[in-house]
Design a binder for this molecule. Structure first.
Ligand SMILES: Cc1cc2nc3c(=O)[nH]c(=O)nc-3n(C[C@H](O)[C@H](O)[C@H](O)COP(=O)(O)OP(=O)(O)OC[C@H]3O[C@@H](n4cnc5c(N)ncnc54)[C@H](O)[C@@H]3O)c2cc1C
Length: 451
């Protein structure tokens, strides 16, 4: 029996955040099965050879330097009565407070052929190593299923590694959770022009092959074959990037309250069991906009949840305000980001009005100025901002984050028209205009015209 004040199950960003924020005040231990924590976001760029493999692995010092003890093991049993955790190596730890940060695992749809050799999901060090091995063996074709940010980044990486790449999504446009269709039309053309075969509005029905995957059959009957003779010669891979499910099997036969999207927590990140917290991708929480349950499996959600749990464990009172889901990706020379609700999602709960603006990333007279376009989505009745999207020739996360602030703090478009901004030839459009203000003006105008 080893006594720990705060025991954390997990080794991802949520767990590491707890360790960083608490270990100087409490005796903390973190249980993690992997040899290394991964920088998941960096994985596509390893395949593309932009960064070396070992740079995608986090150093253990990130945990041990906080003063926390790192236990390389897997929790296999949790007893909330006796406040103890048993591990695969047979050790037993007792805790005063337990933090569950077990994350999420990628979904592998149960379709015919999904257990064939050469079929992957994309999250672990092993996934990355396997794909690198296939890349280095000179495979000819790759099929990526799911055109969310992970699928898009992976497809581009494989394509840039000179593998003929197919990107398939059942939705009618890429990034369906983050962007509305009109904002990504141009970027889709760019993806196609880069050589990627983009197939939208179709599903993978089955994977072909005896031992290794040799092709993909789509719902519409079309087939993608990896080898001209249809043989099993490992000339292609299929990677599913179709979403994540919470890693909560460990708690199947316990009293912990869980639902489809994860462990149920309150604003303090407390579960239904005393002294047990849960944070990160393993948690189900609500939208900061509608208050309804919504997915939020992002590192930028996991880290704040970890910080809030740490503060509460230390006796502070801090409350999590919900998922807003600001996120970004890159398609060739386009930087793309979205936050809050898309127009489509907004229409489920609100009467919606939208505004658009397009300017340049620097004064248009500057030779390097690039186009940047914004869409703002608002509730017609309250004028509250519900979400926004940005596509431009330079990084957009600063603009996305500004929109998130408007969404998060309930700012109305009637306030945004008064937004006081800065301008300089290298860094912004002329002082005459600002993207967010222009979008807000258009929305206000539309609302006035109908009222
Ligand atoms: C390819 C890729 C790219 C991404 N890009 C971005 C991005 O650009 N921006 C962004 O915000 N997010 C991104 N994400 C999502 C982000 O990585 C996750 O939201 C984040 O890692 C969640 O952190 P977490 O700590 O909750 O869970 P995880 O990082 O999943 O960590 C969970 C940990 O718990 C451990 N664990 C599970 N069960 C047990 C057990 N029984 N015992 C002990 N340990 C256990 C796991 O092994 C793992 O170490 C990306 C994800 C992927 C896969």
């Amino acid at each position: 029996m080893i006594d720990i004040e705060v025991l954390i199950i997990g080794g991802g960003p949520a767990a590491i955040t707890i360790a960083k924020n608490i270990s100087n005040r409490k005796k903390v231990a973190l249980i993690r099965p992997e040899d290394y924590s991964m920088i998941y976001c960096a994985m596509p760029y390893v395949i593309e050879n932009i960064i070396p493999f070992d740079k995608s692995l986090k150093k253990d010092a990130i945990v041990t330097n906080t003063g926390a003890v790192l236990i390389r093991d897997k929790a296999i049993e949790v007893d909330f009565e006796s406040k103890s955790v048993v591990t695969a190596k047979g050790d037993c730890y007792t805790y005063e407070k337990l933090v569950i940060a077990t994350g999420a695992v990628p979904l592998l749809p149960p379709i015919e052929g999904s257990s064939l050799k050469g079929v992957f999901t994309f999250k672990t060090e092993d996934d990355l190593k396997s794909l690198l091995a296939y890349r280095d063996a000179g495979i000819k074709k790759a099929v990526v299923v799911g055109a969310g940010a992970i699928g898009i980044e992976l497809a581009q990486a494989l394509n840039n590694a000179k593998i003929e790449t197919y990107l398939i999504d059942m939705k009618s446009h890429v990034l369906p959770q983050m962007m509305d269709i009109e904002m990504v039309k141009d970027t889709q053309d760019t993806l196609k022009n880069s050589g990627i075969h983009l197939i939208l509005g179709d599903r993978v029905r089955a994977l072909k092959g005896e031992r290794a995957v040799s092709g993909v059959v789509l719902e519409n009957g079309k087939e993608i074959s990896f080898n001209a003779d249809g043989s099993d010669s490992e000339e292609g891979v299929v990677v599913f990037a179709v979403g994540m499910k919470p890693e909560i099997d460990l708690f199947k036969d316990t009293d912990l309250s869980v639902e489809k999207d994860g462990i149920i927590v309150n604003e303090k990140m407390e579960t239904n069991i005393k002294d047990v917290y849960a944070v990160g991708d393993c948690v189900q929480f609500k939208s900061g906009i509608s208050g309804n349950v919504i997915g939020g499996k992002l590192a930028t959600n996991a880290v704040p949840m970890g910080k809030i749990a740490a503060k509460n464990i230390l006796g502070d009172t801090r409350e999590y305000r919900g998922f807003f889901n600001g996120a970004a990706t890159k398609i060739e020379h386009y930087f793309i980001g979205g936050t809050g609700f898309t127009e489509k999602k907004s229409r489920e709960n609100f009467s919606v009005v939208t505004g658009y603006a397009e300017f340049t990333t620097a004064f248009p007279v500057m030779p390097f100025a690039k186009k940047v376009r914004m869409k703002l989505i608002a509730d017609k009745d309250s004028l509250r901002v519900l979400g926004g999207q940005v596509v431009g020739g330079e990084p957009v996360t600063d603009k996305v984050d500004l929109i998130t602030m408007a969404v998060q703090y309930g700012i109305k478009v009637s306030d945004l028209v008064h937004f006081s901004y800065s301008a300089q030839p290298y860094q912004s459009f002329f002082p005459a205009n600002n993207l967010m203000v222009a979008c807000a003006e258009e929305i206000l105008q539309k609302v006035k015209n109908v009222s």
